[in-house]
Design a protein around this ligand. Structure first.
Ligand code: FES
Length: 914
């Protein structure tokens, strides 16, 4: 057997059944990524004799005698980049970059004919971050990056510093490390939605050759914690154990097997014998709150921080501003409806996982795919009684997060194994495990009641929210509180009321996800106001414009957390002007006989979470004249590394190439809450600004002092020449000057408060085939108030990516749970992600505002573009069909069924035949 890989010969026989992907990675070709191991995502694409193949499906033995090219071999032997690699750099056709090698390999093999039909040519490659438009620009040769002069980096299209590594396959993600003596962990998971483990027999598993250990609840600390990571650990209930003697959802961990290979660990899992006492389960949150329902967590409310354990309510909020009943009595029209949103999976292409070991000082060290390394270290120390300096947590480049990695889902059990065995251990989730062993977006049921006078004045707004947090309460209360906040606070109705519940069920846990509750409530509130306006025969956009808060008004919602929230810049009026402009333009053509409609929705979001979000940064001038910038926050495609370099370069009057960033390692700075809630720019960026500004001041003082010394030197040299006695003074001066030492480094910190508000609006024009329910987006326009846009290319990418992800959630993504409580969409083939062909180009507009809180006037813009998409699409669909859709996703089947039922009446709505 002989395979030539990038010109290098490999003669080792593959294992029976081994695929080419693992064969290549085991030989150090880490540019070949694992996204699904099922041939669905294309992250593992390589060339075999020049033909692109998904190496996860390609048997390694079939490559015998063939030439394999991975992304590492795409450049010339002299190091000259392949034209496709250069174009991906010029357009920055990536964010996290985990999919990039696959796209490069696919694109490099396309001929002119195939390049002309990119939706077809790229149907085998998925990207979860970019929304594909930056990829299309890259393939088409569009150049976005700029090279500004020193000190002029802010507001310019600076490229990501890791770009050259991303396009050559040398960027190192979590698992792209070769750790000698590495053991592999696999997890046995529960087949029951609710059961008590009465016995576990591990003897047969331990007899499997290569198995080193089996861990069960007998080995786990008898401590409860939350997998959610927050600055304040009290934000989440303590309801989780590393390994528990009760299982509360299908897919929960039961045992961990550690072995020499993944295969041996899997075999060990199969040999474990577990006896369960199966218990009644509850899958629906409304049923879970009824008297007599099975209790998910029978714990003490106060110590576990669960609002009402016996009622399965983990968190609740109730509040009223004014008198909502009086407000409805004043109204000429009242609209009331219940809206439902579904479970959505983050689907970051890099799965969850960690590699752990003890370093030479015996310190527990974890390299993990995390958005919160510092908070993870803190949790591990509490769990295993370790001092902070005995644990180090760091990340490589992280392959996407979207909030899903604001959890400790793997580090706890990897740490247990490393501490017990003293050996390096790796746990890497499979794609199916991402669906039943990680988290999802919280499904919400939102009953909205809204009343308004005939003149368009909103008199009252009321919501009842039931959020299904699944089997564990990680982020349950937080997502609920955020959901009821800005969605109501952006409207100035005098009377508002909220009742909200985050409820346990025996289903896969929900968690943090882009938008953090707002996308769910906004679908309900924006849709309800759109409908109310139509019933009053008012223009929905102008109705909303009449009732939004102004620039000098506060953001207030009943039951919300708004004490430190300020509208420190206001671009919502500009956002609405963008929508007005878009809809006044001529309509693109729609197929004959199709219904055409347009609709808009708006959104507001706080620029940081409540309760504080902390970042420390240190910047130092090095002897070679370059700068070392140490930040805690992770880079997972959010672009913060680029922005931090831009901020520092601007303050220090230099160019970004002179600033090297070290980040996301508990060894490099004192603390960082984490890269979530869009805080990478507004919190960590502000700490960078402060550090760079302090260092710039120090350098100016130092330069002035040196100048003074130099002038004095000159005078004394003159004196010494003229007056020999002056030599004594000269000596003294030199001695004094050499005693002056200056620390050419500075620290900066920010605590994330006060907070400002970012605004977004989205507008769609859609066409619907009344005969089939097929929908087409004719135009998609997004207005984003991000304050001072630090890097337009990157910020546009965040908007395009957020819109694309939201379109998936609007139109087809759905983590389905079957009647037993099992996830039945645990593969990309059953859980459809937006492909290149599904995502239209969105016209992105940035508003002209400067925030008085954010660094250099910037605001957050990572998660908010997601939020207005579903209600805007639903509004356009209502306009086209006359039917108000109240449940996501808006699948073609669902639309067709609704149109079929309503018959002529639906077709006779406000929509116009195209
Ligand atoms: Fe494509 Fe992250 S850049 S998956």
């Amino acid at each position: 057997m002989r395979i030539e890989v990038n010109g290098r010969s490999h003669e080792e026989e593959p294992r029976p059944g081994q695929c080419l992907r693992t064969y290549l990675r085991e030989r150090g070709w880490f540019g070949v990524k694992k996204g699904c191991d099922a041939g669905d995502c294309g992250a593992c694409t390589v060339h075999v004799d020049g033909e692109p193949v998904h190496s996860c499906l390609y048997p390694a033995f079939r490559a015998d005698g063939r030439a394999v090219t991975t992304v590492e071999g795409l450049a010339s032997p002299e190091g000259e980049l392949h034209p496709v690699q250069q174009r991906f750099l010029d357009a920055q056709g990536f964010q996290c970059g985990f999919c990039t090698a696959g796209f490069l390999m696919t694109t490099a093999a396309l001929d002119e004919e195939k390049l002309a039909d990119l939706p077809r040519a790229l149907k085998g490659n998925l990207c979860r971050c970019t929304g594909y438009r930056a990829i299309e620009d890259a393939i088409r040769g569009v150049r976005h990056v700029e090279e500004p002069a020193p000190g002029e980096s802010v507001g310019r299209n600076l490229p990501a510093p890791a770009g050259p590594q991303v396009v050559t396959g040398t960027a190192r993600y979590t698992f792209d490390v070769d750790v000698p003596g590495l053991l592999h962990m696999k997890l046995l998971r529960s087949p029951h939605a609710h059961a008590r483990i009465t016995a576990v027999d591990t003897a047969a598993a331990l007899r499997v050759p290569g198995v080193h250990a089996v861990f069960t609840h007998y080995d786990a600390p008898d401590r409860h914690y939350s997998t959610a990571r927050h600055e304040n650990p009290d934000d989440d209930p303590d309801d989780t154990r590393v390994l528990d003697d009760t299982v509360r959802h299908i897919g929960q961990r039961v045992a961990a097997v550690v072995a020499d290979s993944e295969g041996a660990a899997e075999e060990g899992c199969r040999r474990i014998e577990v006896a369960y006492e199966v218990l009644p389960a509850v899958l629906d949150p409304e049923e879970a709150m009824r008297p007599g329902a099975p209790v998910v967590h029978d714990k003490d409310a106060a110590t576990a921080r669960i609002a009402r354990p016996r009622d399965n309510v983990v968190g609740e909020a109730h509040g009223e501003i004014g008198d909502v009943e009086a407000g409805f009595a004043e109204a000429d029209a009242v609209y009331e409806e219940t809206f439902h949103t579904q479970r959505v999976q983050h689907a970051s292409l890099e799965t969850h996982g960690a590699v752990g070991w003890l370093d030479e000082d015996g310190r527990l060290t974890l390299r993990t795919s995390s958005q919160t390394p510092f908070l993870t270290r803190r949790a591990l120390c509490a769990l295993y009684d370790l001092p902070l300096d005995k644990v180090r947590v760091m990340t490589g480049r992280v392959g996407g997060g979207f909030g899903g990695k604001q959890e400790m889902l793997v580090e706890d059990v990897v740490a247990l194994a490393v501490l017990r065995l003293g050996r390096p251990v790796k746990l890497e989730y499979t794609r199916p495990e991402q669906f039943f062993g990680a988290t999802t977006r919280h499904p919400f049921a939102v009953r909205v009641k809204a009343g308004a006078r005939r003149d368009g004045t909103l008199t009252a707004l009321q919501m009842r929210v039931v959020s299904n947090t699944g089997a564990y309460g990680n982020h349950g209360p937080g997502v609920m509180f955020h959901g009821i906040g800005e969605s109501m606070a952006v409207y100035r109705a005098p009377h508002k009321k909220v009742d909200a519940f985050a409820v346990y069920t025996h289903t896969v846990p929900a968690g943090a996800f882009r938008g953090y509750g707002l996308s769910q409530t906004l679908f309900a509130v924006e849709s309800a106001l759109d409908e109310l306006a139509r019933r009053l025969r008012l223009d929905p956009l102008e109705f909303k414009a009449r009732n939004i808060i102004g620039p000098d008004e506060g953001m207030h919602a009943p039951g919300g957390h708004d004490d430190d929230l300020h509208v420190a810049s206001y671009g919502l009026d500009q956002c609405l002007d963008i929508v007005r402009g878009a809809r006044s333009e001529p309509s693109p053509p729609a197929p004959e006989g199709w219904l055409v409609g347009q609709g808009a929705a708006l959104a507001a979001i706080a620029t940081a979470p409540p309760g504080g979000h902390f970042a420390d940064v240190r910047v130092a001038l090095l002897a070679d004249g370059t700068y070392d910038l140490a930040v805690g926050t992770s880079e997972f495609g959010n672009g913060t590394t680029t922005v931090h370099r831009q901020i520092a370069a601007g303050e220090l009057g230099t160019t970004v190439d002179r600033i090297a960033v070290r980040q996301s390692d508990t060894d490099v700075v004192r603390h960082d809450t984490g890269a979530f809630a869009s805080t990478g720019t507004v919190v960590a960026g502000k700490a960078t600004l402060r550090a760079a500004r302090a260092l710039a001041d120090t350098l100016l003082d130092f330069a002035a002092a040196r100048l003074r010394v130099r002038r004095a030197e000159c005078r004394l040299v003159e004196d010494a020449v003229v007056h020999p006695g002056g030599r004594l003074a000269l000596k003294e001066l030199f001695a004094a000057a050499s005693a002056v030492t200056v620390e050419l480094a500075a620290d900066g910190s920010f605590g994330g408060t006060p907070r400002s508000v970012a605004f977004n609006a989205h507008w769609f024009q859609v066409a619907v085939d009344p005969g089939t329910g097929e929908m087409r987006i004719l135009r998609s326009v997004h207005a984003a108030d991000a304050g001072q846009v630090m890097n337009p290319m990157q910020c546009r990418g965040q908007v395009e990516g957020g819109v694309a992800q939201a379109l998936g959630a609007t139109l087809f993504e759905n983590v389905r749970i079957d009647g037993r409580g099992a996830v039945d969409t645990a593969a990309f083939r059953r859980y459809r992600l937006p492909q290149f062909a599904d995502v239209p180009r969105t016209e992105v507009h940035f508003m002209k505002t400067t925030d008085t809180i954010g660094p250099l006037g910037a605001k957050s813009m990572s998660e908010s573009p997601f939020n207005p998409v579903a209600p805007a699409f639903a509004a356009a669909l209502r306009d086209a069909t006359g039917t108000r859709f109240t449940e996501l996703p808006l699948t073609r089947d669902r639309v067709w069924l609704a149109l079929d039922r309503s018959g002529d009446e639906a077709g006779g709505g406000q929509g116009q035949p195209g």
